[in-house]
Design a protein around this ligand. Structure first.
Ligand code: GDP
Ligand code: MG
Length: 329
């Protein structure tokens, strides 16, 4: 039994001892949006920070139904057999609407649930994307401090959530299937640029000619992008997640990818620039939130909005005058 409230020290000790129940509690703390909890969460994360970072972080994205959960279950099991300690987290802002979340159905993860070296955490419900992304980032750090050395971040293949996943992982895997209108046309250019590995799932259902054609199409599209200097070229592999077929090749790619980015320094450079970006984005968010609460500014903004819509002041001049009111020098 764990007592009701744990001190930051107790949470830290439990996380470092890799106590799953306490890790869960620590993650609940970073997910909380109450002001007091936020203060404690920041202290806790700072405390464990020196013990974090020692992992490979893989993001997984793809449209609903392509088999992400099934893939994570099977591939996670494969990773365990490689001696990895696996944590699975999710960025799923849609859980607000659905009431569940992409990892909510832990029953899908039949191979992983209850295994010693696995920690599974669904996305918190009822948060905006920004809040989900922030708590997922902090959860990654906590899991690493607890000794998890392979972190999987699952995200739904829509909107900004995959950008958020990209911004906190070392490699992004795009899972897809043949047909279903989900080939090249279905992938937005911006997403294509973020992907490090494409995996065509449900190979058990695909005719080999269709698969070759799909792979050919992908390769053609990839040629339109400049060669990647610091990371291995994007590859297109296939698997049958449900039958655990094809994981060897995916694992080989991950090993190749990890050793290349670690050797040439881009692994660390990427992690550092991700950390700095998170700092900058958080700062801008705080400034924005703070200003939105400022009454003087609110009333002035209304005044300036009227001036802009009645064409008495240009939008740019209005912005400049509002900025000057802030007296930031
Ligand atoms: N035939 C076949 N079905 C699969 C495979 N992987 C997943 N599925 C099925 O596809 C459906 C959606 O899988 P799920 O993992 O929930 O997809 P997600 O929405 O991307 O997480 C389920 O019915 C799975 O059993 C596969 O490799 N082969
Ligand atoms: Mg799923």
């Amino acid at each position: 039994m764990i007592k009701n409230r744990l001190t930051i020290q107790e949470l830290k000790d439990g996380v470092l001892a890799s106590n799953k129940a306490i890790l869960g509690r620590a993650i609940s703390l970073v997910e909380s949006q109450s002001e007091k909890d936020r203060t404690n969460a920041l202290s806790l994360v700072n405390e464990v920070l020196p013990f974090s970072g020692n992992s490979f972080r893989m993001g997984i994205t793809g449209a609903p139904g392509v088999g992400k959960s099934t893939f994570i279950d099977g591939f996670g099991d494969f990773l365990l057999s490689q001696g990895k300690k696996v944590a699975i987290l999710a960025i799923d802002p849609s859980s607000k609407i659905s009431g569940g979340s992409i990892l909510g159905d832990k029953t899908r993860m039949e191979k992983l649930v209850g295994r010693k070296n696995v920690f599974i955490r669904p996305s918190p419900a009822g948060h905006e994307l920004g809040g989900v992304a922030q708590s997922t980032l902090e959860s990654i750090l906590l899991c690493e401090a607890a000794g998890y050395d392979f972190i999987i971040v699952e995200t739904v293949g829509v909107g900004q959530s995959e950008t958020a996943a990209k911004e906190m992982t070392d490699m992004l895997l795009f899972l897809t299937i043949a047909g279903a209108g989900d080939d090249l046309q279905g992938i937005k250019r911006g997403i294509m640029e973020m992907i490090d590995l494409v995996v065509v799932n449900k190979s058990d259902q695909i005719d080999s000619q269709v698969l070759s054609k799909l792979i050919g199409n992908f390769n053609q599209a990839l040629h339109l992008f400049p060669p990647r200097e610091f990371r291995p070229a994007v590859e297109i592999l296939n698997c049958s997640a449900i039958n655990s077929i094809g994981f060897d090749q995916i694992w080989s790619f991950v090993i190749k990818y990890e050793s290349k980015v670690k050797e040439n320094g881009s692994f660390l450079n990427n992690r550092n620039s991700q950390a700095l970006n998170w700092m900058r984005r958080s700062l801008l968010n705080m400034i924005q939130k703070h200003l939105q609460k400022n009454e003087m500014l609110k009333s002035n903004i209304e005044k300036f909005e009227n001036l802009v819509t009645s064409k008495r002041l240009s939008p740019l001049d209005a912005a400049k005058q509002i900025f000057d009111l802030l007296n930031l020098g």
